[in-house]
Every structure is written in structure tokens, then in C-alpha cells.
Design a protein around this ligand. Sequence first.
Ligand code: ADP
Length: 281
Amino acid sequence: MVEYWSVPVTEALKAHGLRIADLATSSTPGFTGDKQKAQELLVQRGEALSGLQEKLFANGRSGDRRSVLLVLQGMDTAGKGGIVRHVIGSVDPQGVDRAAFGVPTDEERRHHYLWRVNKALPRGGQLGVFDRSHYEDVLVVRVHELVPREEWEPRYDEINQFERELIGEGITLVKVAMFVSLDEQKKRLRQRLERPDKYWKFNPSDIDERAYWPAYQEAYQAMLDRTSTADAPWYVLPADHKWYARLAVTELLIDALEKLDLHWPPANFDIAEQLRRLERA
Ligand code: ADP
């Protein structure tokens, strides 16, 4: 058991059977420490994550096709950017493949919705991060009826199939859905209007989206119910406490990387011979 966790994070956050309407977004499932402890652990466990990621990268250089892909979904202000900065920020950037998915461009619109996702998949040895993802095509698209129901409805099965293929290609998916309360979102949006260092994050349409909160809850619930599979489960992350969210995602990534059972790739040269050459050089 990892220190300060009463159950493994993968158990504490599992989506199976969970009703998000019942989720306490300020809870800290499985974690027995406080904010200060979480902040200390984030540094320490960030180093562990970084060591594992380096091994993944080293193996990728030696031809290993495997990679890990963190898929982040959440409403505006849920803290996706903070995860990228504070969790992914603890590892070597050359091993990170980050992609963000906003409103599709004209070119993207001319293609199947998975086209842009396919192009952004991590290469072997990389830690991929999706800041939003193909799930927008069953979230915002469903909520705003951007395409008719007959079109978005089959996407759940299609996404499951797509993810099965990714797994077959060696991609470990770590899917994290982040939830803050409506009140917490208001607080965070207010900060964006009160602090000059946060104006850049503000988008007036975020306020309009609040009116659709129940529809989003429903769409998120359907996403969890229909696309949380044994091989690519969703983790439901209560995200009112940023310190908890960041530590929990760090632990989820450590868990995924540990399961790959990575070792340093062996030397593909004669070490003694190279040492002799070095001495003479
Ligand atoms: P963020 O708000 O995360 O900083 P952007 O402003 O660039 O990033 O884009 C996010 C917006 O793009 C969100 O409102 C999201 O719902 C929207 N979006 C993402 N994918 C799609 C999609 N497939 N169709 C329509 N809108 C989408």
C-alpha cells in the first residue's frame, strides 16, 4: 500500500456503478493525509513518476512500442491545465506528447471525429496527454445537439472499439474525469475575472455553459456508464481540492507505468570493449 492511502487510488476512484450526482466533489477518496502532506507527497511521488517515465522513454528508444496516454475530461475550470502543469510538469518534456482538443477546425470538420485523435496518439515510449479528447464528441456534441442523436449515439460503441485497438497497439489508457461543484466553478470563474494573472483563462461562454450543467451531468454519466471498460476504465476524480486531484493523478500514472514492468534496456554494445576504447581515446 502506498503511504497515506487507505486503498489503492485505482480502487478509490473507480467509476463502476458511481452516480456522479452523488459525488462529493470536495472529498479526497482513499487519501488519509491533509493538504500539506499531499503537497509534500506530490514532490516525492513526482520524482518516482519521473523515474518511471524515463524508463518508458529509454525503452521507446530501444524499439518498445508501448506508451501511456492520460485522457483528461472535465468541465471548464475543473483543473485539467493544472494537471498538465503540475503532474506532467514533473517529468522530462522530451518524453511527453501533449494534445488539446478544442472546437474542431474547418479541416477537422471535414473528417471523421476520430481523425484528429488518431493523429495525436503518443509514439512508443511517450507519455501522452489529451487535454479533452474524442469524448467531447459525446459530451459537448450531445449537450448542444451539434449532430443528431442518430449520429452521436453509436459513438459510445465506436469509441470502445477504437480504444480496444489502441490497447492492442500497446497504448495504456488512463482516463480521468474531473468534477468540481457548481459553486467551486463559480469561485474559480470569479477569480479569473478578479485576477489579472487569470484574465487570459476567462472565456465569456464558460458562463453560458453553466446553464447546461444538468445536461452535462447526464452526458458525463452516460459516458462513464458506456465507455468504462475493463481494459480502459474511467477514474472519477473529485477535483475541488487541487492538491488532491494532482496527487491522485500522479498515483494513477505511477500505477499504469509500474504495470508495464519496465526495465532499463540492456546495452547493445560490448561494455568492456567500449570502456577500453574510451581509455585510449
Ligand atoms: P479550454 O477551454 O479547455 O481552454 P479551448 O477554448 O481551446 O480550450 O477549447 C475548448 C472548447 O472546445 C470547449 O468548449 C469544448 O467543449 C470545445 N470542443 C472540444 N471538442 C469539440 C467538438 N468535437 N465539438 C465541439 N466543440 C468541441
